[in-house]
Design a binder for this molecule. Structure first.
Ligand code: GFB
Length: 312
């Protein structure tokens, strides 16, 4: 990318898209095209094609997606598969038709099998059954990967696919019904502390293990790979370290200064038992994350506590 390249960031209102825009602007890329959902519905093929025909972006970051935590995935499986498949098909096909030089597609670590050997390598894709709680979402993300690879093979396009691990950061979703675990626990501990509640309820057994990447580190990796990686093979983006949900809860309790008890509700689903990415391919290219989990959580908590949500 050159500093004056025409760059379209799809999904700039979301956690990932907003971080990519922040990073692009900080690096001096100032020819950005951004559209809100109201301005451009990416599930409508006619609208997407008209947009590409008029705007002709050189580079595309495909960060638009229907996303959510374990409960949202179980509650809205139809939206998770339908909307994501449409967004990917429309965006990838239009990028081919209108001569996009390079597209970066964001997948997810849930594309790997439920009982995948750990850490999960890129070649483990499609080597076993998926985790049922997010299978529709994972199938849509796998379809996105295969779309990119098929267009590259048939038409010589340069569409790359990154598989980020569980993400967190500023502007996350704190709605307890749809959020991921990290923002949910920040909110629960904050509200318990302020409401003098002696315990916090944590879903599942606390034993599942997850890896958490700050979204600003992901944005850094996105720019790095957009400028240096051209292969069709997917590439994992993570930190290469995981912790249990119990350990995560203990870290968040310390940051929030909540001194009460943790209660585990084993009637709620655990999901995948372990999810740790093998990031040796990315590390070998020369990329490393910079933000530690504790520092990242502190930053998110400060922003949350001083926002309207943290005050109410
Ligand atoms: O972050 P999370 O919703 O999604 O849940 P996944 C991670 C773990 O935290 C699960 C537990 O074992 C949850 O049971 N957990 C404990 C909680 N307390 C809470 C809570 O209050 N809220 C939430 N949300 N979880 C998602 C997939 O899986 O990962 C998506 O559903 C996507 O498709 C995303 O791939 C990255 O890590 O289990």
């Amino acid at each position: 990318m050159n500093k004056d390249s025409k760059i379209y960031v799809a999904g700039h209102g979301g956690l990932v898209g907003a971080a990519i825009v922040r990073r692009l602007k900080a690096e001096g890329y100032d020819n950005l095209i951004l559209r809100t959902h109201d301005e451009l519905d990416l599930t409508r093929q006619v609208s997407v094609e008209a947009f590409f025909e008029k705007q002709r972006p050189d580079f595309v970051f495909l960060a638009a997606a229907k996303v959510g935590g374990i409960l949202a995935n179980s509650s809205y499986p139809a939206e998770f598969i339908y909307q994501n498949m449409l967004i990917e098909a429309n965006m990838i096909h239009a990028s081919h038709c209108y001569g996009v030089k390079k597209l970066l597609f964001l997948g997810s670590s849930c594309i790997y099998p439920k009982h995948c050997p750990q850490p999960m390598k890129e070649e483990h894709l499609l080597s076993g059954y998926l985790e049922p709680s997010n299978e529709p979402y994972a199938v849509a993300k796998i379809a996105g990967i295969k779309l990119c690879q098929a267009y590259n093979r048939q038409y010589g396009t340069c569409f790359i696919s990154l598989m980020p691990t569980n993400l967190y950061g500023p502007g996350d979703n704190f709605d307890l019904k749809t959020s991921h675990v990290l923002p949910a626990l920040i909110r629960k501990f904050h509200e318990a502390k302020n409401g003098d509640c002696s315990f916090v309820e944590i879903w599942g057994t606390g034993t599942p293990r997850r890896e958490f990447l700050h979204v600003d580190d992901l944005a850094d990796a996105c720019l790095f790979l957009m400028n240096s990686y051209d292969a069709s093979e997917i590439i994992n983006v993570g930190i290469g370290k995981d912790l249990s949900i119990l350990e995560l809860a203990q870290v968040i309790a310390r940051v929030v200064r909540f001194k009460g008890d943790l209660r585990f509700d084993s009637n709620k689903p655990d999901g995948t038992p372990v999810k740790l990415l093998d990031v040796s391919r990315l590390n070998a290219l020369g990329w490393q994350p910079k933000i530690s989990l504790v520092e990242g959580i502190k930053g998110v908590y400060q922003a949350y506590a001083s926002s309207q949500y943290g005050q109410s």
